[in-house]
Design a binder for this molecule. Structure first.
Ligand code: PBG
Length: 323
């Protein structure tokens, strides 16, 4: 033992530390979540998420082009429609806000990997992720709408779809519909282990998707459960998921790790709105160094086993990592 072993020997300079570093974070690991709204020349900052915006497709393109130029290969699109209704019609409309944004982004940046969030909650007036009857969220009737939504995204040119609704059987339903419409090559990134989390608070302001009654606990997972995530992941794999996601990330690093150790497909983690807002708030108050905390968080998510990170920090982190 000591003095033969001195772990500090390999910590003596930055170059040496970089040689023995186990985990690397790179801009190519990031998927940048963005919020598209109707109209033109419109950009509204989300008050609880400084640096994040609701943007019309024209300004969204500027924002996404900056991310692309920083080496961020992919975005995930969330839509805020002009009108909402009980069955979320705007979600699968040919000229819907997301569909229009996909066309515009792919037109300008053909190599950008455009992923779409497949979920009804931004498009329903009750704010739930499925069809509601007698104050209950119905599973099976929702599947058909999700499948339609996924197909309409693929028709608009999306490269990948990401169902986040947590209805049972949705990956299979979407796979079947995509295949039937000639989109057999479009991968599905499943929000496989998505927890009913208070960390989504700021997102619901951003996406205007707060449920108008009750909560999402009848479909999203109980934060106390880790083993159950393996069950969810197993089902999604059988149904044809190409990538599985854990969400949120920070309070669920153990879940990322157990899933990483058991599956052989890519694992993604969603560094969600509340995780982002806490860093921004802490930095603004001067309580912590926002940039360093951000990079440490992203590193921890990679170290836990995530191959890909969905993060609102994508642009600022990429800019720092490129230095
Ligand atoms: C839609 C959806 C949510 C998030 C991603 N897709 C919100 C929710 O389930 O209430 C959260 C993302 C975030 O907090 O950053 N179902």
């Amino acid at each position: 033992m000591f003095p033969v072993h001195r772990p500090r020997r390999l910590r003596s300079s930055e170059i040496l530390r970089s040689m023995v570093r186990e985990t690397v974070v790179a801009p190519s690991d990031f998927i940048y979540p963005v919020f598209v709204t109707y109209g033109q020349n419109t950009r509204r900052e989300i008050s609880s998420m400084p640096g994040c915006y609701q943007e019309s497709p024209d300004l969204l393109l500027q924002n996404v082009r900056e991310a692309w130029n920083l080496g961020v290969p992919s975005v995930i699109l969330f839509g805020i429609p002009e009108h909402k209704d009980p069955s979320g019609t705007g979600a699968y409309a040919k000229d819907g806000v997301v569909q229009a944004a996909i066309r515009q982004l792919k037109d300008a940046l053909p190599d950008l990997v455009v992923i779409t969030d497949v979920c009804l909650c931004e498009f329903t007036d009750h704010g739930h992720c499925g069809i509601v009857k007698d104050n209950r969220v119905l599973n099976d009737p929702t599947l058909e709408l999700l499948a339609r939504m996924a197909v309409s995204h693929a028709e608009a040119g999306a490269d990948m779809v990401a169902p986040s609704d947590m209805m049972d059987g949705r990956v299979g339903a979407i796979r079947k519909a995509l295949d039937a419409h000639g989109f057999g090559q479009i991968p599905i990134m499943s929000y496989a282990a998505k927890y009913a989390s208070a960390f989504y608070g700021p997102f619901r302001e951003a996406a205007e998707s707060t449920p108008q009654f009750g909560d999402r606990k009848t479909y999203q997972m109980d934060p106390a459960n880790a083993r159950e995530s393996l069950h969810e992941v197993g089902l999604d794999l059988e149904e044809g998921a190409d990538i599985v996601m854990v969400k949120p990330a920070l309070s669920y690093l153990d879940v990322i790790r157990i899933i990483r150790d058991r599956v052989h497909i890519p694992v993604a983690a969603y560094n969600v709105s509340g995780e982002y807002s806490m860093v921004k708030a802490g930095a603004k108050l001067g309580y912590l160094d926002g940039d360093r905390v951000m990079l440490e968080i992203l590193t921890s998510i990679r170290r836990a086993g995530a191959d890909l990170i969905l993060t609102y920090h994508a642009k600022e982190a990429a800019a720092l990592l490129n230095r």
